[in-house]
Write a protein that binds this ligand. Structure first.
Ligand code: X8Z
Ligand code: ZN
Length: 597
């Protein structure tokens, strides 16, 4: 870092006593960008390696090392971002301008210049991740459970008391995070101000190739498109849960209690399909069952996902992927189980980190993670500042797009099922998927609606939890099943809050993946209804996808979207069209019911 400062100082762009002609300054800007990329490259590798070791071996030493190296990397990024402002009024080519802007915009939690505060920020960041990763709920002294086991109960149990216990139990890990989180926000806000942003929310919302306010309006527009469908799904699900658990537990004119939706955070509801499914006997493939019948273990699940990408023309994953990834939960140590995909060296050291469960849900998550890895590899030859997705929602959408092609036809082709159910069963298949995809949309939106208010100071620590639940009720129509205590910090029980992973990306991804799927199906020559289309084996679709992936972040996301779909706007019509037959069915079911929350 010291060496870098010396190099940068030699550019003179920040000096008052040297007259620099505009042309020289233009040249300085290019040189600055080049030097910055080289310097970032140097710190990124050890920082990624330390973060990997920490998350796969949580202990005091790995926490300290990871915090130390992440501080080096983030303080350098913040420093460069600040320095890049010196070129604000300098005439530079559009490519250099974009890189300068990315330098300023792509930080998640910017470190302030004060080195003590910067070190404290890294320490808190690393501590929060560790607290989440090693979080446990103890029923008694010798009977403790981690998130994986508790999540399994949330998805399969229909015992209301047990579900409530798990729901409350997991939320005991987060009160201890609250003051750390508030401190972290305060420090990072200082960093954001030093960069010229009003606060971190201004920074986060400003990373979408359009003014922050316009981006907020785009989100509202998209949610407005999906909301009528969501309301219909919500109405049906609440009615059926009322039948299952009684209307005293599930009042029919109120939000749905959050512990009954088959997921620890009530974010996707596919696990309660059997409670809300159509009354007539339908043949809907149970992928969990099929995997068990065909003796799929965790590695075979990943190999199968890899072979989908191979069928599109993507090169196989490197040997190191298989040697270095974490596929299952180690028995002998604490790890962060939350699934993630890693690009350690920006070359070929790709890995996933998961605690794979042998379920259909996790089979989809594997495709999700590999989507990240294939994207990373596709843009690896871009300059460092462009080694990113077009926007963060694109990164989240790629693997999900592929997973939409896990259709009955595909499952038969790879030998996981023997028969393809005929079209009369489609409502069941669509309902099951809508419980995951449509139900997720308002959750994908509300997490950052909360965070942006926290970052801007509109919501103070004393109201963190209250406002969290106001937003859960407003967007999702989901409520806390019990009174929440004064110390509760329920946002902290969701990985992305302690881990500081922005969440709007998943909202966007849920819209985009259906746009991508539609386009790729058309390119592959599909003639089936869109929900039966699989692009498996289509080299043409693979090539079109790759053309967008390899652009990385070198162009705006609107341009990247146009490259693939011919249109530069996000549009929820694709997801609505996909599920259209289900909407009719839901409206019919809901006739005579009281809907709304
Ligand atoms: O966090 C994830 C991925 C890793 S980027 C597994 N997802 C969100 C979540 O689990 O909350 C995927 C969908 C939403
Ligand atoms: Zn992801």
């Amino acid at each position: 870092m010291l060496a870098l400062s010396a190099t940068l100082l030699s550019c003179n762009y920040n000096s008052n006593n040297v007259t620099v002609k505009p042309t020289t300054k233009t040249q300085d800007a290019k040189q600055f960008v080049e030097n910055a990329q080289l310097a970032l490259q140097k710190v990124r590798l050890p920082s990624a390696q330390a973060a990997w070791v920490y998350q796969t071996h949580i202990n005091q030493d790995t926490a300290a090392l990871s915090a130390y190296l992440s501080e080096k990397s983030s303080s350098l990024s913040s420093e460069l971002a600040k320095q890049s402002a010196a070129f604000n009024d300098v005439k530079v080519d559009s490519d250099t301008r974009r890189k300068l802007e990315l330098m300023r915009n792509s930080l998640v939690l910017p470190a302030p210049a004060d080195s003590e505060k910067s070190a404290r920020l890294s320490q808190i960041t690393s501590d929060l991740e560790g607290m989440y990763g090693s979080g446990k709920y103890c029923r008694s002294e010798n009977d403790c459970m981690g998130l994986t086991d508790m999540s399994n109960i949330m998805s399969t149990s229909r015992d209301e008391a047990l579900l409530l216990e798990m729901w409350q139990g997991w939320r005991q890990v987060s009160p201890a995070m609250k003051s750390l989180y508030a401190e972290e926000v305060a420090i990072a806000n200082e960093g954001a101000k030093e960069l010229g942003f009003a606060d971190i929310s201004d920074l986060w919302r400003g990373s979408y190739d359009m003014p922050a306010e316009d981006f907020g309006n785009e989100l509202d527009r998209l949610w407005g498109q999906v909301k009528p469908f969501y309301d219909a799904l919500h109405c049906h699900v609440r009615a059926e849960l009322g039948n299952q658990y009684g209307t005293d537990k599930v009042p029919q004119d109120q939000p749905i209690p959050a512990h009954l939706l088959g997921n620890m955070w009530a974010q996707s509801w596919g696990n309660i399909y059997d409670l809300v499914k159509p009354k007539q006997e339908l043949d809907v493939i149970d992928v969990t069952q099929a995997l068990a019948t065909h003796n799929y273990d965790e590695i075979k699940m990943v190999k199968q996902a890899e072979s989908f990408f191979s069928s599109l023309g993507f090169a196989p994953l490197p040997d190191t992927f298989w040697e270095r990834s974490q596929f299952t939960k180690p028995a002998d140590r604490e790890v962060v189980c939350h699934a993630s995909a890693w690009d350690i060296d920006d070359k070929d050291d790709l890995r996933i980190k998961m605690c794979i469960q042998k379920t259909g849900e996790e089979f989809a998550v594997i495709h999700h993670e590999l989507g990240h890895n294939y994207y990373q590899r596709a843009y690896k030859n871009q300059p460092l500042l462009y080694r990113e997705s077009a926007n963060d929602g694109f990164h989240e959408a790629i693997g999900d797009t592929i997973a939409l092609s896990i259709t009955p036809k595909y499952l038969k082709e790879i030998g996981l099922v023997e028969n393809i159910p005929d079209a009369s069963n489609d409502i069941g298949m669509l309902l099951k998927l809508a419980l995951d995809k449509i139900a997720f949309v308002p959750f994908g939106l509300m997490v950052d609606q909360w965070r942006w208010k926290v970052f801007s100071g509109e919501v103070k620590p004393a109201d963190y939890n209250k406002v969290w639940w106001q937003l859960r009720e407003k967007y999702q129509g989901v409520m806390a099943p019990t009174e929440r205590g004064d110390d509760a910090f329920d946002p902290g029980a969701k990985y992305h809050v302690p881990a500081n992973t922005p969440y709007t990306r998943y909202f966007i991804a849920h819209i985009l993946q259906f746009q991508f799927h539609k386009t790729l199906c058309d390119i592959s020559g599909n003639t089936d209804p869109i929900h039966r289309c699989s692009i498996y084996g289509s080299k043409e679709a693979g090539e079109a996808l790759n053309n967008m992936l390899e652009m990385g972040k070198s162009k705006t996301w609107q341009e990247a979207l146009t490259t693939l779909t011919g249109k530069g706007e996000m549009d929820a019509n694709a997801i609505l069209a996909y599920f259209a037959p289900l909407k009719e069915w839901l409206d019919e079911q809901n006739r005579g019911r009281t809907c709304g929350f």
